[in-house]
Design a protein around this ligand. Structure first.
Ligand code: SAM
Length: 364
């Protein structure tokens, strides 16, 4: 546990709690239904981890016997597939559910944290529905933003922050922590990344590929030729066309009419098992077939000859029977040494799925 400060409920008096100085606490978030998997992965990294569930199947408090910095380094190095977001708990206290909580938070920040002039600070507040606190997340943010600007001359921002102040409010507790965005695994509150749906957008599936581009720190505009397997109605294809790529899309179903005439699109209206492609043609293969994972893997393996050595693959894997670790193991076994797994991650926009980012190995 971290050393913390407890606040006497209903007063503004802070009292220190003595806790071992070697431990640290975080709030972890997964997609709904997957927190047990995230916890299992964390337990492999920290066998002595302790959990408290905050929102069933989704949000949990965890405590590890190493410093916050060590914990974050290990989590980033061996990033769990199902852990969408973490936020540090530097301080926690009994919430009063009244505006006193906000005064206390501001007081704690003033007494314990330094901000520099012009520093970009984001405030992310999550409040559980059952908390019944009188204040809104926005009023918590307003209270902190007021302090940041008037006392420190810091700059409250929403995106591209240098540091994030994360607040989490439950029915009984108020948790706060400060971190760099990268150390939270996602710079969105709880990892809940929101994209605007625009008028021309063909499918919501497009968000999965957009999120993969951000999460895996890719820049699709640096690729040239993409193969999209299971492309209809064309959300992924249209994103890749927007990024300037030439795209070969395969699907027995129809593509959206707005795409069909696109000069950089070749559409093969076929089952992917029936196509013949040129060898070593594509530098990007994407596949969002929503199929039995083994059948999908067989199909992708059969078309790998068309991907250049060093080419990138982004593949959605359907989690059929909720045995994700076994599924990923089996798929990697099927792909063999030809593909290198860079990262497997359940994205916010994945439902009963996860997304693999792989590289085709260079020929020896
Ligand atoms: C979830 S949708 C893909 C959505 C697409 N990524 C988008 O952004 O619009 C799955 C697609 O896979 C296609 N599909 C399924 N089996 C296929 C196969 N054997 N070959 C090619 N496409 C297949 C389906 O026809 C369906 O259009």
């Amino acid at each position: 546990m971290v050393s913390g400060t407890a606040l006497d409920q209903g007063t503004s008096r802070m009292t220190s709690t003595t806790t071992p100085s070697t431990g640290s606490r975080f709030i972890g978030t997964s997609n709904h239904g997957y927190c047990q998997h995230a916890q299992e992965e964390l337990k492999r990294l920290f066998p002595e981890i302790r959990y408290t569930l905050l929102i069933p199947t989704e949000v949990f408090l965890f405590e590890v016997p190493v410093s916050a910095q060590e914990a974050v380094e290990l989590i980033k190095q061996k990033e769990p597939m199902f852990l969408r977001h973490i936020q540090p708990v530097d301080f926690a206290w009994e919430g009063s559910r009244s505006d006193t909580d906000l005064d206390n938070l501001v007081q704690w920040l003033q007494q314990n944290v330094n901000f520099s002039a012009g520093e970009k600070i984001a405030v992310q507040v999550r409040k559980e529905e059952r908390s019944q606190a009188a204040y809104t997340p926005f009023s918590v943010k307003q209270a902190i933003d007021g302090l940041l600007t008037s006392v420190y001359g810091a700059e409250p921002v929403v995106k591209e922050a240098e540091r994030i102040i994360s607040v989490y409010v439950t029915a009984t507790k108020f948790y706060a922590g400060i971190s760099r965005p990268k150390d939270n695994l996602s710079d969105w509150a709880g990892g809940a990344i929101r994209f605007h749906k625009n008028e021309e957008q063909i499918s919501r599936a497009q968000f999965k590929l957009l999120e993969a581009e951000q999460r895996f720190e890719l820049d699709f505009s640096s690729y040239h030729l993409a193969l999209d397997i299971g492309a209809a109605p064309g959300g992924w294809t249209s994103l890749l066309l927007e990024r300037g790529l030439r795209v070969t899309a395969i699907d027995p179903a129809n593509m959206h009419p707005t795409l069909i005439q696109h000069p950089r699109l070749t559409f093969l209206k076929k089952n992917a098992g029936d196509v013949k492609l040129k060898k070593d043609e594509f530098d990007l293969l994407v596949c969002d077939m929503s199929w039995d994972p083994k059948q999908m893997a067989r199909l992708v393996s059969d078309l790998l000859y068309a991907v250049k050595s060093g080419g990138t693959l982004i593949i959605t894997v359907k989690l059929m029977h909720k045995k994700p670790f076994q599924t990923v193991r089996e798929l990697l076994h099927m792909f063999g040494s030809e593909l290198l797994l860079v990262k497997a991650k359940q994205l916010f926009h994945n439902r009963e799925e996860l997304t693999l980012y792989m590289l085709k190995q260079t020929d020896l």
